[in-house]
Ligand binder design. Structure first.
Ligand SMILES: [Zn+2]
Length: 169
C-alpha cells in the first residue's frame, strides 16, 4: 500500500516528488494532470486525456499488478466450467510439448525498460515539452541517459581511486 514510504525507495521517491513539485510550479497548468494512485496514493502526472479522472492506478506497478489480477480472474472465470477445464488442459499439454524442444537462445538485448515506465516518461516529457514526444524518442533519451550515467559513475570511481592513491603513502 505505502511501498514508497518504506525502505530504499524513500530517497528516490523524495527526489521524484521534488522534481514533480518543481515541474508543476514551473508549469501551473499541469496541475490539472496531477493525480494520485487509487491503490498506493502516490502522486503522478497523467495523460491530459485522463485529467480530472480519479481512481487511476500509478505506472510504478499498481496499474500492472491490478491488470494482471483482473486478467487472472477473467481467465479463471473462462476456464472454470468442465469443457473449459479440458480446453485448458489441452493448451497446457501443447505448451509442455513445445517446451520439450528448447528454443534457440535469443540474442542478448540491450536494456529492457518497463513499458509502463516508458509510457509514463513519454506522457510527462510531452507535458513538460508541450508537444507529443514519441516512444522511440523516449527510448533514445533513456539509452543516452543510461550511457552518461555509467560514464559519470566510472569517472567518480576513477576520481575516488586517484584521490585514494594520492592520499595513501
Ligand atoms: Zn500505485
Amino acid at each position: 500500500m505505502d511501498w514508497y514510504r518504506r525502505g530504499v525507495v524513500v530517497a528516490l521517491v523524495l527526489e521524484y516528488y521534488q522534481l514533480l513539485r518543481s515541474v508543476v510550479r514551473a508549469k501551473p497548468h499541469l496541475r490539472a494532470c496531477l493525480t494520485r494512485c487509487r491503490h498506493c496514493r502516490i502522486f503522478f502526472l497523467t495523460d491530459p486525456r485522463n485529467a480530472g479522472r480519479h481512481g487511476l492506478g500509478c505506472p510504478f506497478g499498481c496499474r500492472e499488478a491490478h491488470r494482471k489480477a483482473a486478467s487472472a480472474q477473467r481467465s479463471s472465470a473462462y476456464y472454470g466450467d468442465a469443457p473449459g477445464r479440458q480446453k485448458k488442459r489441452l493448451i497446457n499439454q501443447r505448451r509442455s510439448a513445445k517446451a520439450a524442444v528448447p528454443p534457440p537462445a535469443p540474442p542478448p538485448r540491450p536494456v529492457q525498460w518497463n513499458p509502463e515506465i516508458v509510457e509514463h516518461v513519454r506522457v510527462v516529457t510531452s507535458l513538460i515539452e508541450g508537444w507529443r514526444v514519441s516512444r522511440d524518442q523516449v527510448l533514445a533519451m533513456l539509452a543516452k541517459n543510461l550511457r552518461q550515467h555509467s560514464i559519470c559513475r566510472c569517472r567518480q570511481i576513477d576520481q575516488t581511486v586517484a584521490w585514494l592513491n594520492k592520499e595513501t603513502p
